[in-house]
Design a protein around this ligand. Structure first.
Ligand code: HEM
Length: 383
């Protein structure tokens, strides 16, 4: 979906949209909570020994596990195995390889050098073969015209249904396995990297701001009462935590906006028609002209000031981009991050364990350069 255009994109977006509404996503909250509990268990050893953990690395394990579970209905067991399964390393290799080859447009030809090409193909093939096994297993399980009627209502089910409907419109024929694979891969990648980065930068900011941490702990204890958050807690109850995540996405937006300019478009007199345009979000999100003199400071309270928010430029905050092609997974991501943070802060607090402050590093999306090293500290709930 990310790379498709025109009518093909519109059909895909329409087909996947119902799966990303709150009404559907609320049923995923127990999965988010169950996976977070596994992460809480993983952190126990670090809390007992004082060992430093890289929070970002742990958050990636969680978000990959979640997206595979709700996307494919497969439990790869990332959070329970001592050594993460093979597919985890392939996710990483694939992202790094794609980013390395895409980084410098003037060296794009390098991807066609035989050794680079073969290396990329090899990683792709190993990754695809795991997914193709999952897709084929589902296809043999759900032979019916409507796979959602028989199989689980996950991203794979939606992708198979979309591909079947497209074939039926064309008058029949074999299902396009490549298309299903491409859709599933889009969601697996778009659905984990940015979410892990957001969770990690949020923990980093909370660890540097004791007043924010105190408010988060008070709210989590009061609203959730020691239990995993309900959909209603996520939607309305955890208001301050919502502002904390929003502010973290302002200072550390993991994605940008990429578009192809329409034919004939100009920018300050330059012909940009048909060219790729990339809009980085970070400089807009930190511009004092939009946000005021405290633009660079982490202040979740700014989002509680209705007068201030009402005066903001409509496009000065866009972590999920804007318009028809904005992020389809934004409610999913916010529910997942809030569940994770609420449950973690019920049990632990985190201290940043590095003298160098965090910075953004870039692959395809951005992530914390030091991976947020932290020590983990047990806490008990305030009554
Ligand atoms: C905090 C987490 C996330 C952030 C910051 C984020 C950010 C973005 C941004 C900025 C775009 C627009 C890219 C562009 O215009 O070039 C986008 C698109 C997209 N995102 Fe996300 N995303 C997040 C989580 C997710 C999740 C959890 C999923 C799926 C489960 C997802 C799926 C997608 C898809 C499929 C698109 C393409 C939409 C289209 O072209 O119609 N994202 N995301």
């Amino acid at each position: 979906m990310v790379v498709s255009e025109g009518k093909v994109w519109a059909k895909q977006r329409k087909a996947f949209s119902p799966g990303f509404q709150f009404a559907f996503l609320k049923d995923l909250v127990p999965t988010f909570a169950g996976k977070t509990q596994l992460l809480i268990n993983r952190f126990a050893e670090a809390a007992d020994t004082g060992k430093v953990l890289h929070f970002h690395t742990e958050a990636v394990l969680l978000t990959v596990d979640v997206i595979c579970q709700v996307g494919l209905s497969v439990n790869f067991g990332y959070l329970t195995s001592k050594e993460p399964p093979k597919i985890f390393y392939l996710f990483n290799e694939l992202l790094t390889n794609t980013a390395e080859l895409a980084r410098a447009p003037h060296t794009a030809w390098m991807r066609f050098l035989p050794w680079n090409y073969l290396r990329s193909r090899n990683i792709q093939n190993r990754f695809d073969s795991i997914l193709i096994r999952v897709i084929q297993h589902r296809l043999t399980e759900t032979q019916q015209a409507d796979p959602l009627a028989t199989g689980p209502r996950d991203i794979l089910g939606l992708a198979i249904k979309t591909a079947k409907d497209a074939k039926a419109e064309e008058g029949g024929g074999a299902l396009d396995l490549e298309d299903v694979l491409a859709q599933v891969k889009t969601f697996l990648f778009a659905g984990h990297d940015t979410t892990a980065s957001t969770a990690a930068f949020t923990v980093y900011e909370i660890s540097r701001n004791p007043d924010v941490e105190a408010k988060v702990l008070e709210e989590v204890d009061r609203v959730c009462g020691g239990k995993p958050p309900s959909p209603d807690d996520l939607n309305r109850g955890l208001k301050y935590l919502g502002c904390v995540v929003k502010e973290s996405l302002r200072l550390w937006p993991p994605g940008g906006t990429a578009r192809i300019a329409p034919p004939g478009a100009t920018l300050q007199g330059y012909d940009i028609g048909g060219r790729p345009i990339y809009l980085p979000h970070l400089p807009i999100h930190r511009d004092p002209d939009y946000w005021g003199p405290d633009a660079g400071e982490f202040k979740p309270e700014r989002w509680l000031d209705e007068t201030y928010v009402a005066k903001l430029h409509p496009c000065c905050y866009m972590p999920f981009s804007k318009g028809a092609r904005d992020c389809i997974g934004q409610t999913f991501a916010l529910m997942e991050v809030k569940t994770l943070l609420a449950m973690l802060y019920m049990n632990y607090t985190f201290k940043y364990a590095c003298v160098e402050p965090e910075a953004q590093a870039y692959r395809i999306t951005s992530y914390p350069k030091n991976h947020v090293p932290v020590t983990v500290h047990r806490r008990s709930r305030q009554k």
